[in-house]
Design a protein around this ligand. Sequence first.
Ligand SMILES: [Zn+2]
Ligand SMILES: [Zn+2]
Length: 256
Amino acid sequence: MIDSHCHLADKAFDADRMQAIARAKNAGVSAMVTIADTLREGEKCLELSAKYDDLYCTIGVHPHHAKEWVEGDIETLRTMLGSSPKVKAVGEIGLDYHYPSASSGQARAEQKEVFRAQLLLAKELGLPAVVHCREAIADVRMIIEEVDAGPFVLHCCTEKWDDVEWILDRGSLLSFTGIATFQNSVEVQETLRNCPLESMMIETDAPYLAPIPHRGKRCEPAYVMDTARFVAAEKGLSLQQFDQVTTKTTVAFFGL
Ligand SMILES: [Zn+2]
Ligand SMILES: [Zn+2]
């Protein structure tokens, strides 16, 4: 199994990063993709991926940090993306309208501009994109269609099936976190039942969103097995069958 999205550079792992990576390996996680939220975190992701064989990374600026974006950042990002073969995608990038700070027209315009610029860079460099979306699916779709983006994954998919079917029509992917295992996640569970197995990846988004039975604790990559077990059962598959297909999809998407 591959954890296609975790934040191992996060300070939540400062005390036991090496042990968390070892626990993932012992649990059957063959590779991990550590995701950056900012360019500074991208530096840490680069260091980490250089240190561990089966650790890859992505670099990008998350919508929560769109207001810190300055003009020169696109060139810095371009340099960082080309600095190591361990960098496999641009991300995470996207739109997040959940918090009141993102309710103004100006805040949304900033997020859109930063998202658009990074999507265009991904397309130019031939890299896939890791897209974050919260309460903003219509605008995410609008921008992706406007720039005719290349391959991407909608990570931590919590959307209704009708709102994400277009993503599969573009040949892109959905990725599911521990949220899928929560009892009240009825819509997500319907989406993952509808999503063809070949179009999905699995992730922890650690240190956030620990799946059942770890809900409420700090999440770590080893727990991707719990989410995988749940999703496999929802799809009527054994863990081995599910692992085989999603691993193949993840390797192909990121070029691992
Ligand atoms: Zn995210
Ligand atoms: Zn994330």
